[in-house]
Design a protein around this ligand. Sequence first.
Ligand SMILES: *Cc1c(COP(=O)(O)O)cnc(C)c1O
Length: 382
Amino acid sequence: MNSSVGGGSKNSALGAPAHLTSINSDGTYSAMTWNFASGPAALPSEVLAEAREMLGRSPSLVEQPFTEPPVTAMADEAEAALRELLDLSAEQRVLFLQGGAFAHFAFVPLNLLGRRDRAEYVDSGLWGGRAIAEAKRYCHVSVLASRGPDGSLPPPARWNHDPDAAYCHLVSNETADGLWLPDFPDSDRVPLVADMSSDLLAREIDVRRFALIYASAQKNLGIAGLTVLIAKDDLPGAARPETPTVFDYRLQLRERGRINTPPVFAIAVAGMMFRWLLRHGGVAAAARRNRAKAARLYATLDGEFYRCPVAPEWRSGVNVVFRLPDPTLEARFIAEAEQNGLWHLKGHPAVGGIRASIQNAVPESAVEALVERMVEFRRTNG
Ligand SMILES: *Cc1c(COP(=O)(O)O)cnc(C)c1O
């Protein structure tokens, strides 16, 4: 079955929308599928086609030295597109590293603590909690704020600051819990660090406020294997001596991320994603589309049959999480959704329930199909 984000119905090959890529032996397309995976998440079919084309060349980009053009030129172009999308300042530098955000939960304290032994963290959900657990191996963690049982946090103005903290870390969007921070703390007081794995480029964020941003690529920027870092030139602190060379941010900044082999293919796909986004109106347009998709889904949650565990002002615009009256109904909902071509709606294993991830590559028509299914399921099971 076609796993890309698709549209249309069981079309003949001729009449099928261009983004349907899987053709059956009888010339029809597979039944339409909509992919709501959180990450690795849906990619635009245009990007998948470009990636296929890139691998078809000889020699392809993934078979050439990473220290020379065309690979360095490809990475430079990807960076230029990202700079344009985010309107980065001259002091903000881009690094294409590996490890995933989870590895950087450890590399952040190793790189930024310097001589200090304390850092501030927001305990916003699953990923915030995991970042805290990693940081505790290296320093004292001052928890600024914690998510309450109603799925909300106190507003940033009421967070308990630690005057001796080396930096303040937050997860801007909690991918598993379906919660995002509508606002961020002041950056004058202490350097801000954010894991933006699931909302970088999905909404408008004043990225210039952050000393360091990092994001795993597979949620919204491409495929797994790449972690994008946006670091200010004058990062606070200094790397601890035990920091691995290839994850020493300052050394990598000096060497333009080329101390060891970067994830060439993943960088190339990210570049394709960035240019795709630029062609479709940039971050502002993507944010507008995502707001409309999220609003449509949240409006379908009636609070009785479909309940959202997150307080309204904290609800994520990219991971819409909801519950049904009992786990049996949730399992049935997921199974029937799959039968109807709506894939990967199961909540994160640690959280349960239902989760619809509606990242940039998920079209409005996918959300319409899901809303229709929800209405129908409630009619027959409510
Ligand atoms: C997925 C995710 C991670 C973990 O990413 P890996 O690439 O698996 O290390 C961390 N933080 C957030 C917000 C995520 O969504």
